[in-house]
Each structure stands twice: as C-alpha cells, then as structure tokens.
Ligand binder design. Structure first.
Ligand SMILES: C[S@@+](CC[C@H](N)C(=O)[O-])C[C@H]1O[C@@H](n2cnc3c(N)ncnc32)[C@H](O)[C@@H]1O
Length: 393
C-alpha cells in the first residue's frame, strides 16, 4: 500500500531535493512546488524518507479536495467542516504510527461509531486506551476566502476533536493535523517530523552557521565522485565539510577559515560527530581542518577537485567593501588549486552584485553553467555552480 508524502524544502532547492528522493528512495516521479516536493511511496518503507538530506519537514498527505468556497464566512467554514469525514484518516494515522513514539494504536474511527465497532475496535475507543494530544494547524494562501487561517484552524480543530475525542494541546502534542488551503484546493495531512531535519551534525554554531539541508544541496550540486578532494576554504563552524564527509565517505573533505575560533568550532564539530560514530562502531570522518587565508591557500597547484563554500555576505559576516577585494582574490586562488577542466566550485552568497561584477574578471578560469536563487533564512541568495576551464595555471 502506498501513501503520498510531502516535504518542505528551502525555496530554490526543490529540484535537488526531488533528485535526491528519486535516487535514494527509487521513486520514479516527484512533483515540485514552490518550497515543497511531493511523491508517492510504499508505506512499508516510509521511514526511509527520514534519511533524506535536503528536505526540511515531512508530512503525509491524507486527502486533497477542490472546493468552490461560498461567499459567506459561516457557509465557507461549514464547507470545510464537511470535508473532515471524507479524509483518509486510516492511511494518515497508519503512516504516522511509523514515525511517532506514542505507544498506543490510534483509531481512525469516529467516537460516535462505537456501536458499529467489532470488539477489538471497541476496546480501542474505551477510555482505558490513552488518546493522543493533538493540534490542528492551518496554512492559507489565496484571496477569495471569507475566513482567516486561525478561524479555519479553530473550526477544523474543534470538529476533529469532537470526531475522534483527541485532546487539544497546542504545545505538547503527539499528533499535528496540517490543513493547507490554497485558492480552491484543500489538503489534509499529518506532520511526521516535529523538528526540522536540518537539526543534525553540528553542536557548535557560529553567527552564520549554514543549515545542514542547504549544505546537502550545495554538495549535491557539486556532483562529488569517490576519491575526490573536497574543500571548504571559508568553513565557519564547518557544517559543509561535516555534511560532506558524512554523505561522501569515499572523498576527503578539508576545511579552513581565517578565524581561529571558527577552526576551533569546526574541529569540535568533527570530533563530536566522530565520538558518536565511534560509539556506533562506524568509521571516523575522512575530514580535516586548517587555519588559513582563502586568498593564499597552503595547497599545491592543481590538487583540489571540488570547492563548496558559503562566502561572507557582507551582512552578518564581513562587509561589502571587503567582498570586492576578497571575492576576486579568492576565485583566482581557487583557480590555482583546482584541476583544469574537471574541477567544480559551488558557491553560495547573498552579495550577488559583487559576485556578478567579479565573475567576468575571472572567466578565463571559471565558466558558469548554472545559478540558483534560494531563500536563505529570508535573505535572497544565489548558488553559483562554476566549472574550471581547461586553462592550465
Ligand atoms: C558565511 S561564513 C561561513 C559559514 C559556514 N558555512 C558555517 O556553516 O558556519 C564565511 C566565513 O568566511 C571566513 N572568511 C572570511 N574571509 C576569509 C579568508 N580570507 N580566508 C578564510 N576564511 C575567511 C569567515 O571567518 C567566516 O567564517
């Protein structure tokens, strides 16, 4: 039996997240929307989705409806309420049961259907079986609704509570029903993750620590092959290299930063991951960290296969005047240490103005097959995929 999963994704990274789902979960088709992807998957293997690296939150979609909403508030809310009995709660709760630590089976039957239940189901509905604490969250987009998101959430939350007898708890909930209303489309889902999947790997953060799911997107774009040498020359707290070493164990990942405290954080993050891996009997990360200046790297010419980095934006880190000096010097030094024709550089920055000025100056070293705009914590940023030209240093 299959179900429909929906994952939220940093806007701009949908195509990379879709690629990852196809490859890791052997799913033939993934639909991409703005800020999310959705696909169909066998329920037996559904928890494999937790191993995905680029997605943010995961939910199961139970049902989707098209509704011509009435022009009046009460009538439109009644239309929403009428959908609740038609939702495929059975599939939703079945999938959710694979992800939750709630220790009891939750019935998809309404409490008022007790007389029609057989004995086993009736036991489930008795007060001796604890019911989950739950909340309903409503996201609404579109202009022609005569109700607000809180109104819809409140009405649907109430009707779901009456139907199943679950207790509302907005903060400490076991189960979250997510209702999305976009123009005429209404979908009902259940959240399968409580915290975003990017909360992983690092324990020491800097002001500019890049989320692990964005790191995973950059690394995927770099198309890293076994035995390649991957370098983050401005590593901050080292999340790119930790994620890289975890997902590409047959490569060597090297990180560096000009700031001593960043080098310290990166080493601490690698050691923390390694100590957990040791407890689990897993091999240590193939990664190292050095304090260096990215415009004058202690690396031999023609020795690096891939550069993946998150440059100072001039917002939280550095300033835009510095960037005008730093970016061309760094891209020239990066050209020296990389291999003509085969090396790639994947570079994230919000200082697009500076990058777009500098790239023509270094075009004899770097061609630019692709740029991708992403929404990075509310900052419009750009990922530049650069390919090293054939010109020998
Ligand atoms: C945007 S932050 C990188 C954040 C990092 N991706 C993380 O997850 O923590 C940019 C980093 O570049 C470093 N940096 C700036 N100029 C540098 C230079 N010339 N050489 C090496 N690192 C430099 C800064 O110290 C800062 O840590």
């Amino acid at each position: 039996m299959s179900c429909t999963l929906r994952a939220s994704v940093v806007t701009g990274l949908e195509f990379l997240a879709a690629d990852e789902v196809k490859e890791r979960l052997s799913v033939p088709e993934v639909l991409e929307g703005r800020g999310f992807i959705t696909w169909s998957q066998d329920i037996e293997t559904v928890t494999q989705a937790l191993n995905l690296k680029i997605i943010d939150h995961l939910q199961v979609t139970m049902s989707k409806f098209m509704v011509e909403f009435a022009d009046e508030n009460t009538a439109a809310l009644d239309q929403l309420e009428d959908l609740v009995p038609q939702v495929d709660w059975q599939t939703g709760l079945n999938v959710w049961s694979h992800f939750t630590d709630f220790p009891h089976t939750v019935s998809s039957l309404p409490v008022d259907s007790k007389p029609e239940l057989d004995r086993g189901d009736r036991d489930l509905q008795t007060s001796t079986v604890p019911l989950p604490k739950y909340r309903a969250t409503c996201h609404r987009a579109g202009q022609h609704h005569k109700f607000s998101s809180p109104e819809a959430g409140h009405r649907l939350g109430g009707i779901i509570q009456t139907r199943f007898g679950w207790n509302v708890n907005l903060k400490d909930f076991d189960l979250e029903v997510v209702i999305r209303i976009t123009d005429n489309e209404v979908t009902f889902g259940i959240a399968l993750t409580k915290v975003s999947l990017y909360h992983r790997n690092v324990s020491e953060f800097s002001r500019t620590t890049l989320k692990a799911n964005i790191c995973a997107g950059l690394l995927r774009l770099a198309d890293i092959q076994p035995n390649e040498i991957v370098v983050d020359p401005m590593c901050g707290s080292g999340n790119v290299i930790v994620e890289g070493a975890l997902t590409h164990p047959h490569s060597f990942c090297l990180a560096g930063d000009i700031q001593e405290y960043c080098v310290g954080s990166s080493i601490a993050n690698i050691l923390a991951v390694n100590s957990k891996r040791q407890e689990q009997g897993l091999p240590q990360l193939n990664a190292g960290v050095i304090q260096w200046d990215a415009t004058n790297l202690p690396l031999v010419t023609d020795s690096v296969d891939v550069i993946v980095t998150d440059l100072p934006y001039g917002k939280r880190m550095g300033n835009k005047v510095d960037n005008r000096k730093l970016y061309p010097m760094f891209l020239t030094e990066a050209a020296r240490v990389t291999r003509p024709q085969s090396s790639r550089a994947v570079i994230l920055t919000a200082d697009r103005k500076c990058m777009n000025t500098v790239l023509p100056q270094v075009r004899k070293w770097w061609s630019m097959p692709r740029t991708t705009i992403i929404n990075h914590g509310g900052i419009r940023s750009c990922i530049y995929l650069l390919r090293r030209t054939a010109l020998v240093w």
